[in-house]
Design a protein around this ligand. Structure first.
Ligand SMILES: Cc1cc2nc3c(=O)[nH]c(=O)nc-3n(C[C@H](O)[C@H](O)[C@H](O)COP(=O)(O)O)c2cc1C
Length: 335
């Protein structure tokens, strides 16, 4: 069975990519992920805030002398534990590249176009195969318009793109008023891939402590539908950028659905954090079994098979939506 695919212009042995998470912060684990069949690995993100903090400390040290050196790690102890800090991150990139044959995709995570993006070049020099730029921004200032938020995202991508020659993907949340236009614009200005979608971490309120809870829950398979919709709408519509699906893979069924909708690659984090790296074998085995049972001999045969080809997709989506509402049946609704 030929499971090979292309993502960001890279040839992958199969479409399953390990998404950014603490799992890929460890070189031993990355080796294990290669052994169980990963197509590529995304490293955990290095955050704009960490890079800025390190720059601030360097400025401080050079202006007041080394005697009063505060410990860089003390500002972001949790973050440093997560990704080893900016210097450690470059080491992680280099070590991961040396340890495995898999593509190693580094991840930068930020929102503003400023000096921190220079780190992209250092990441390239450290040997990353590609870079994923995670633009995780909640435009909470009501004076920021949708158009401005889109323009900012594109400008940030362009700033990073200008620093490096390696392939660059953009990981985005879906909450733009016209996501298709954002995708097309990023494609136009040279994005090599789009990751659909970033999962928006929505806080909850603890009613006993009267405090906000920002803990991260792992995803479930019910979360794939928005990604399926946009992959199916964008597949075949972009000139250059490849598409990766990003949320809710629990079993091989979600992998197959994403590929049918038009994904070139499928990322997973929660399922591997929940079941361990060996779960990747289960996903791959399930994908092969599904293809085999339907006499497909290559992954390429199903990529985008179910993408929307309706000439007026907007009207079609409205039609499907109305049919969905009218078709609801339940214990309190008379047929
Ligand atoms: C514990 C944890 C840490 C994560 N860290 C990062 C990160 O550093 N950078 C990033 O872009 N995404 C990060 N993510 C998001 C995942 O890469 C992924 O986009 C998200 O979890 C949705 O995929 P899933 O449904 O397979 O979990 C993290 C997710 C989890 C659960």
């Amino acid at each position: 069975m030929d499971l090979s695919t292309r993502y960001l212009g890279l040839a992958l042995r199969n479409p399953i990519i390990v998404s950014a998470s603490p799992l890929s912060a460890d070189v031993g684990m990355i080796r294990q992920l290669e052994d169980v069949g990963a197509g590529a690995v995304v490293l955990p993100s290095l955050f704009e805030e960490q890079i800025r903090e390190e720059e601030r400390l360097v400025d401080l040290l050079t202006s007041v002398g080394a005697d009063s050196s505060p410990e860089a790690g003390s500002y972001f102890p949790a973050a440093v534990e997560y990704n080893a800090g900016p210097v450690g991150y470059l080491e992680l990139v280099a070590k991961a590249r040396a340890a495995v044959d898999l593509p190693i995709i580094a991840s930068l995570n930020g929102t503003t176009e400023a000096g921190w993006v220079d780190t992209a070049r250092l990441i390239e020099q450290a040997g990353a195969t590609a870079l994923e730029l995670n633009i995780y921004r909640i435009a909470s200032d009501p004076s920021v318009t949708g158009g401005q938020a889109e323009a900012d995202a594109v400008a940030l991508f362009q700033a990073v793109r200008a620093k490096v020659k390696l392939p660059v993907a953009v990981k985005l949340h879906p909450y733009f008023s016209a996501f298709g236009a954002v995708a097309r614009r990023l494609d136009d200005v040279g994005a090599d891939g789009l990751v659909l979608f970033n999962r928006l971490y929505q806080p909850d309120i603890d009613l006993v402590r009267l405090s906000w809870c920002n803990d991260i829950s792992l995803s479930s398979a019910t979360e794939i539908r928005l990604g399926l919709l946009w992959l199916s709408l964008l597949s075949g519509q972009l000139l250059h950028a490849s598409l990766a699906a990003g949320t809710g893979v629990e079993t091989a069924d979600e992998v197959v659905k994403y590929l049918l909708a038009g994904a070139d690659a499928v990322m997973t984090a929660s399922a591997l954090l929940r079941h361990g790296p060996g779960h990747l074998r289960t996903l791959l085995g399930g994908l092969e079994t599904w293809l085999d049972a339907r006499n497909f001999s290559a992954l390429a045969d199903i990529k985008g098979l179910m993408r929307h080809s309706h000439p007026n997709a907007e009207a079609q989506e409205r039609d499907d939506y109305i049919r969905g509402l009218l078709g609801y049946r339940g214990p309190y609704v008379e047929v």
